[in-house]
Design a protein around this ligand. Structure first.
Ligand code: MRU
Length: 344
């Protein structure tokens, strides 16, 4: 299940705003439209946003490769700026654009056409490396999952949030493929409903047992002993192990702690912000409150009522049992174990 991929000269995106009832794939060749697709969450999920932004830089270059070098380089600054301005929280976006910009800077003496060709290779590499990272993460994470475990997850950190396979759901998939007979509880994840619309959709499609619950049911499921561990993804992990992820993750982490349930975070090292010392500095995206007041176009809140819509929260490192990466599993104290990943 690939939410974003390059094919026949275009970037294809499975429209995640329409799932699960409609499976529609759009084609993009204009970097501005690619940026808008990120803002509108046609594509979403930290690693998938990174992959998309990588191709966005390439399509920008393709548009301007006919210009003289100086003009080309100037336009590319704007392209990178536009892509960086789409969503603030997931660091993978900035990581991917930085990586693409590095290719431009390291080859500034080459012709725009030559740089454009190198950018295509880099975007392809970001995409294929992401799939490999998910597979590796899955293999490490599956070792933490016991036979017949029931796993609670929040939001969608699945194939739909990556180039393929998923981070948290990559762990689920790897455990399932290893024959562990696991099952999953998926929080519906208000307001954008990534759990109901996307996690339930992709696990159900793969035949992995999944039970959908509303967000406010998670604590009660834990109290009844129905949850063995929590596995979630991440949008940005600070150097001390604080984890920004979909709004509601923080509450789940407190519930897990109160019930003595392990709380695992699965994320590639491209989601770790090695320059950020703590989660206090993570910028939390505020989205349109219409996501709260309306469901599928249907108004559910009174006109004029005050609303807030933070799209992410930060789980303190004290609530995290372990972080599963493609380079292995790291444990507290994270301020020591996370920096070591940088040199691995
Ligand atoms: O707003 P979204 O849908 O982009 O948020 C996605 C999440 O919070 C995911 O849990 C996170 O990006 C990890 S995806 C592998």
């Amino acid at each position: 299940m690939k939410p974003v991929y390059y094919e026949n000269g275009a970037l294809k995106m499975l429209d995640q705003t329409l799932l699960p009832t409609e499976e529609v794939t759009h084609s993009y060749t204009d970097y501005r439209e690619i940026a808008t697709a990120i803002v509108d969450m046609i594509v979403r999920g930290a690693p998938a946003i990174g992959v998309t932004a990588g191709y966005g830089v390439y399509f920008g270059a393709l548009e301007f490769e006919g210009l003289p070098r100086e003009a080309f380089l100037k336009e590319m600054e704007t392209v990178c700026q536009v892509l960086r301005a789409t969503r603030p929280t997931a660091v993978n976006l900035f990581w991917a654009v930085d990586r693409m910009e590095g290719v431009i800077e390291n080859n500034a003496e080459k012709t725009p056409a030559e740089i454009t060709a190198l950018l295509k290779t880099e975007a392809d590499a970001i995409c294929s490396e992401d799939i490999q990272m998910c597979r590796d993460m899955g293999a490490y994470g599956a070792e933490l999952i016991h036979r017949k475990d029931t796993i609670l997850t929040h939001c969608n950190a699945g194939a739909l949030a990556t180039a393929d396979y998923g981070t948290a759901l990559g762990v689920v998939r790897a455990a399932w493929e290893a024959g562990k007979e696991i099952s999953v509880y998926a929080d519906e994840t208000r307001p954008f409903l990534q759990g109901a619309r996307l996690t339930a959709y992709e696990l159900h499609k793969d035949g992995i047992p999944v039970t959908l619950i509303t967000d406010n049911m998670a604590g009660w499921m834990m109290k009844q002993g129905k949850i063995d561990c929590v596995v979630v993804g991440a949008d940005r992990i600070a150097r001390n192990g604080d984890v920004a992820n979909k709004i509601g993750t923080y509450s789940v982490s407190i519930l897990a702690k109160a019930h003595g349930i392990p709380f695992y975070v699965a994320a590639p090292t491209s989601t770790i912000d090695f320059n950020m010392w703590s989660g206090d500095d993570i910028v939390i995206e505020e989205r349109d409150t219409r996501e709260i007041s309306h469901i599928k176009g249907q108004q559910i809140a009174p006109d004029g009522v005050r609303m807030e819509n933070p799209a992410f929260d930060v789980t303190p490192h004290q609530n995290v049992t372990a972080i599963i990466t493609e380079k292995g599993v790291v444990y507290p104290p994270f301020d020591l174990s996370i920096p070591r990943l940088q040199d691995k």
